[in-house]
Design a protein around this ligand. Sequence first.
Ligand SMILES: C[S@@+](CC[C@H](N)C(=O)[O-])C[C@H]1O[C@@H](n2cnc3c(N)ncnc32)[C@H](O)[C@@H]1O
Length: 336
Amino acid sequence: MIFNFSDFHFPDRPVRLYPDTPEHPWILEVGFGDGRFWPHFAASFPEAPNYLGVEISGTSLLKAERRLRAAGLGNAVLTRLPATPLIREVVPPGALDAIVVNFPDPWPKAGHEEHRLLRVPFFRLAASRLKPGGAVLLTTDHEEYFEFACREAEASGVMAVHLTKSPPPAALETKYARKWRDLGLDPRHARFVPTLPASALASEFPTTAARFPDSEDVPAVPHAILTLPADFAPTAFAKHTARGGVTRDNPDGWTVVLLDLYASLGKDGWVALAHVVEGELTQEVLVGITAREDGSHLVRLSRFGGPVVTPGVKAAVGVLTGWLEGQGARVTHRGY
Ligand SMILES: C[S@@+](CC[C@H](N)C(=O)[O-])C[C@H]1O[C@@H](n2cnc3c(N)ncnc32)[C@H](O)[C@@H]1O
């Protein structure tokens, strides 16, 4: 089943994601590509574990979903997101049996190491989300990235590196495994096993409502009420950027870029398009400005696209409201 980010709870639970099999092991795969690993790996268990697959390519997502459906793997959730925010926001502490990474993008050019997934912050986050006895399983053909990942795991201070000769056979069935095999390259394999219990890292990676409210607990759609100046009729719009929201629980804070403003033909009002960045998580949201009967206007987050109401998304309503104040609007109510 394909999940959008807004379909998850923060954090989520196996009993909600896999209601028929909540007690099965829970395995997460990062960058599943066209989805060949999971049917092979699942078949090596007496009963298929619960699967959470995360991938940034939309084409791969659709290919993998078709493959898993054809294999009859019902207890599988696939999502198109970068791995880090998904693991951090959706997976509760100490919940996963394994995180599988097969043939990650190696970013081989000098100076591009910062784009690599398997660096110290990822290993610390992974250790906070794995069960006792869980592990990160890496298989790659890229010797230099392999050595790099092993060094980073050790430098994380929370992972022991176990080198094993043979990867799980399923990891040799992926598209990239076949590609490198055809070129005569041998993959390397490592298991990274946490040396601390997940609870020891809980404060470093909180999943608290303060940082990221559970979608069920969001009280109201962020909004404001204001009176626009009588002559408000924008004919031009310059991109507007604002930053803020840095707290201990949310060290990245948010960046909101108001990208454009569209006039409505159906209603007396406008719609603003905002780009919201919170660490690796980005969302594009619409915020409406619609006339009320008393002549004031309501500035409100649109539900279009199912945005997750993060601190940054709330801030987008505030940033637009602030921009309108700069155009002469008078705010009478703030609900964001
Ligand atoms: C080299 S491919 C390997 C695909 C597959 N594992 C295989 O072995 O055939 C790397 C995959 O990781 C995905 N990817 C890269 N960065 C990612 C991230 N931060 N989160 C999730 N997926 C990511 C890419 O879109 C790509 O499909």
